[in-house]
Design a protein around this ligand. Structure first.
Ligand SMILES: Cc1ncc(COP(=O)(O)O)c(C=O)c1O
Length: 381
């Protein structure tokens, strides 16, 4: 039996049309875009075209597009690069307690090694940041705030428009890790968001892995992480990965303006699963009940742990996650659930179902049917 893939927040399968769009750049147009001869010039033309298209899709200038190796690098560049750039204006940084490790650890690195001060804004029981808490955290020496658009573990959406506006009024840079939002939430452009920096990651919407981008509002110039050649307008050295870039732009074009995750259908199915789950003993639904990604359903189970839960689901052919893929296999309680005030024993027993384009009604029905038995098996009496 085909496995049931309920882990679309971790990654999505590469779309065949995206793969086809990438192929010429593996096979034929393989030059180095920096070479001045005709083979290089063909690659340069393709790279320029990809950047132009990305900018069109974002409503930005081409110079505001920085292609990266993925979401992690884009987050690192945004945070490390901007904090270092604005260091002489202040050393205070603000982020939320529920960010992806690619954001949290970048801030923690600056605090530990480079003399910055970090304020972690709390979240409510649903994992949502209150803009008033962000406002209270701001100081005259705050230079950068980062709050994600939607949480990868529990699917809670954050009030980034309000937070961005607060920052803008005060001349503070605002970054949002919108990796989980693209393809899942209604799209109205990137440059129109009240953010100076926005992170994009292709493999979350059927694009290739190892491909991402950072929107950098002009005239901001984060200090590069990678130094060498003058690639990406001096913001990211290294020969451009043209197939990855073309794949990212193709996937964005196909799957973001009209979100590839069908919201109405997925909300119906996740609610169906939630109603079965919440009728079972020891199960608590996590995340925001309404202000959430339609594809994401998170819950904890008392009297067991994530590893037992993942193993039991896997035996049934169900691919789920215990939070962020980066911490899979670890018994560390989810930092997201901890921040939501969930007791450690339960924060250790998180299951995340994230559905997607290929999910079928019969898969949902099968999971719905086996859940009571699976949970009974793993719960200690
Ligand atoms: C919210 C968020 N940010 C950043 C990332 C990092 O993306 P990547 O691992 O592709 O670099 C992820 C991936 O799980 C994510 O969910």
């Amino acid at each position: 039996m085909r496995p049931i893939y309920f882990d679309y927040n971790a990654t999505t399968p590469l779309d065949p049309a995206v793969r086809a769009a990438q192929e010429p750049y593996q096979e034929t147009i393989w030059g180095n875009p920096s070479s001045v001869h005709q083979i290089g010039r063909a690659a340069r033309a393709a790279l320029d075209e990809a950047r132009y298209q990305m900018a069109q899709l974002w409503g930005s200038k081409p110079s505001e597009v920085v292609f990266t190796s993925g979401g992690t690098e884009a987050n690192n560049l945004a945070i490390l690069g901007t904090a270092r750039l604005r260091r002489s204006q202040g050393r205070h940084l603000v982020t939320s307690a529920v960010e992806h490790p690619a954001v949290l650890h970048a801030f923690e690195f600056l605090a530990r090694h480079e003399g910055f001060e970090l304020t972690l804004v709390p979240v409510d029981q649903h994992g949502q940041v209150n803009p008033e808490d962000v406002q209270r955290a701001l100081r005259p020496d705050t230079t950068l705030v980062s709050v994600m658009a939607a949480n990868n573990e529990v699917g809670t959406c954050q009030p980034v428009a309000a937070i961005g506006a607060l920052c803008r009024e005060r001349g503070i840079c605002f970054h949002t890790d919108a990796v989980q939002a693209f393809g899942k939430l209604p799209y109205a452009g990137v440059a129109s968001l009240p953010a100076d920096l926005v992170t994009v990651c292709a493999h979350k919407f059927h694009g290739p892995k190892g491909a991402g981008a950072l929107f950098v509002r002009s005239p901001l110039q984060p200090i590069p992480l990678l130094v060498g050649g003058g690639h990406e307008n001096e913001r990211r050295a290294g020969t451009e990965n043209l197939p990855a870039i073309v794949g990212l732009v193709e996937a964005f074009n196909r799957f973001v303006p009209t979100p590839v995750f069908p919201p109405t259908q997925l909300r119906l199915w996740t609610e169906e699963l939630a109603s079965t789950l919440t009728s079972l003993p020891g199960v608590t639904r996590r995340g925001h009940p309404t202000d959430r990604l339609a594809n994401t359903l998170a819950f904890t189970v008392s009297g067991t742990d994530s590893i037992a839960l993942m193993a039991a689901l896997d035996l049934e052919g169900i691919c789920a996650s215990s939070g962020s893929a980066c911490s899979a296999g670890s018994l560390e309680p989810s930092h997201v659930l901890k921040a939501m005030g969930v007791p450690p024993a339960e924060a250790n027993a998180l299951v995340r179902f994230s559905l997607g384009r290929e999910t079928t009604k019969s898969e949902v029905d099968r999971v719905d049917a086996v859940l009571p038995e699976v949970l009974k098996r793993v719960r200690r009496p």
